[in-house]
Write a protein that binds this ligand. Structure first.
Ligand code: FAD
Length: 440
């Protein structure tokens, strides 16, 4: 019998789900098939990092993603299975990467030889060739570090890859993926990062995954996912305290009395979860405190000065390395490329670069927190299964994996499985469809 099975027996129970990102919504949808769920959301909308906003442009209204944007047909099987089950269409997207270094003036994009040498001087730069050799060498040796205990910084030093390869390729690429600063990335366990790169086909030159975005913006899946329990979602209801009793768990949200539930699913970030549980066990505290979150300042704008100088190198993800070491490196997502927006003006999302953006060209500002993975994260993640459900409180969230949508989905399905509930899809493999803009 599963842990939930032991306490639930055969009866219908009252379960509180806290948080409505992908993890909370899917956990609630699955649990609502057999139990009475009540969903608490601090914000005035559902979705968490699934946040598409409407922008009125001279080309007409646009729905632009500002948090979760892309997935692929290789490493998102459960998420794509879910989209298939809900009948939510996806479209093919383009994944490409550029780097602009202000100090050296180097810029390139990685999608073609022409893009690599769009700046012809790169042909004559020994450091540029050293970066290219480093990429080849790294791809050849990465698998041998799959069990390594080193941090990424130590690995790069040991393999003598801490020069141009790290500065102009690896760190920019990783910062774009994890929305994190290079200093934080060097503390990441090497094997965590290599497993991610390997899973995502990023160590292969050929046969890379096909990336996809949700037609109409990622919010298109929210209402279908929440349709069976939407009347039980409480918006503007930040939970401030969770406390266990002999016969259940008390949940207190701002402006309400404490309410008793048989169990609670915490689908917030790990640090938020830690703050809510008044009587956390040592084991819960040690897991939740091991994966801190870092705030990212996110701006939707139209200022193309954040892109590389040469339009030929403009890519889906664009990284800018500042001249001064005191300034933060920045990442700009080109939403026209990623979402296939057909407009004269380019719509861009930049992270941590507010000061550089022409205020006249700013459309919206947001702050999203992202998990920071260091050496403690692997041990903590390995223990989530032990602590989740051990005291009537379950945990899910993208932080239980690599920090992405598929991780949120898998973590919610693990909670559902603990309650003896399946993932609801007939087959997740049916979703790998080459169709463009058609329900999968
Ligand atoms: C800028 C950016 C771009 C990204 N792009 C991608 C991408 O393209 N692909 C990808 O796979 N991943 C991407 N991600 C990662 C993304 O974080 C995850 O994919 C995923 O959306 C996180 O889901 P979650 O359910 O774990 O958390 P969230 O979506 O953050 O949901 C947590 C929810 O809990 C609520 N909450 C918090 N505290 C309380 C409380 N006390 N009471 C009640 N509710 C509370 C929050 O309001 C929120 O709604 C991106 C992240 C960022 C920041």
């Amino acid at each position: 019998m599963t842990r939930a099975g032991a306490f639930i027996g055969h009866g219908r129970k009252r379960i509180a789900v806290i948080g409505t990102g992908i993890s909370g919504l899917l956990a609630a949808e699955r649990l609502a098939t057999k139990h009475d769920v009540v969903v608490f959301e601090a914000d005035s909308r559902i979705g968490g990092h699934t946040h598409t906003v409407d922008v009125n442009t001279s080309d007409g209204p646009l729905a632009v993603d500002t948090g979760f944007i892309v997935c692929n047909d290789r490493t998102y099987p459960e998420f794509l299975g879910l989209m298939s089950r809900l009948g939510v269409p996806l479209r093919e997207s383009t994944m490409s990467f550029s780097m602009h270094c202000e100090a050296s003036g180097v810029e390139y994009c990685g999608s073609s030889v022409d893009g690599l040498f769009a700046q012809r001087r790169n042909l004559l730069r020994p450091a540029f060739w050293s970066m290219l050799k480093g990429i080849r060498r790294f791809h050849g040796m990465a698998d041998s570090f799959l069990e390594s205990e080193l941090t990424l910084g130590e690995l790069l030093r040991e393999a003598r890859l801490d020069g141009a390869f790290s500065r102009w390729y690896l760190m920019p690429m990783m910062a774009a993926i994890w929305s994190a600063k290079p200093e934080a990335l060097t503390r990441m366990p090497a094997r965590f990062f290599i497993r991610f790169f390997s899973n995502h086909g990023m160590l292969q030159v050929k046969n890379r995954p096909q990336w996809r975005t949700v037609v109409g913006g990622s919010r298109s899946y929210l209402d279908p996912l929440a349709s069976t329990f939407s009347d039980r979602i409480r918006l503007n209801a930040p939970v401030v305290e969770i406390r266990r009793q002999q016969d259940g768990v008390l949940v207190r949200a701002v402006g309400s009395e404490s309410e008793l539930f048989d169990g609670v699913v915490l689908a917030t970030h790990s640090d938020q979860a830690a703050r809510m549980i008044a009587d956390a066990s040592d084991a819960e505290r040690s897991v939740l405190s091991a994966i801190p979150y870092q705030a990212n300042d996110v701006v939707l704008h139209t200022d193309t000065k954040l892109l590389p100088k040469r339009p030929k190198t403009w890519s889906a993800w664009n990284y800018r390395l500042p001249a001064s070491p005191n300034e933060h490196a920045t990442v700009t997502y080109d939403m026209n490329t990623l979402q296939g927006l057909e407009t004269e003006e380019r719509y861009l999302i930049s992270l941590n670069s507010s000061a550089m953006i022409d205020p006249q060209k700013v459309l919206r500002r947001f702050s999203y927190d992202h998990p920071v993975f260091d050496q403690r994260c692997l041990q903590a993640q390995a223990k989530v299964g032990e602590v989740s459900g051990s005291g009537r409180i379950w945990f899910c969230g993208a932080w239980c994996g690599f920090g992405f949508h598929e991780d949120g989905v898998k973590s919610a399905l693990r909670v559902a499985a603990d309650f003896g509930i399946g993932h609801g899809s007939t087959s997740s493999s049916s979703v790998v469809s080459p169709m463009r803009g058609v329900a999968l």
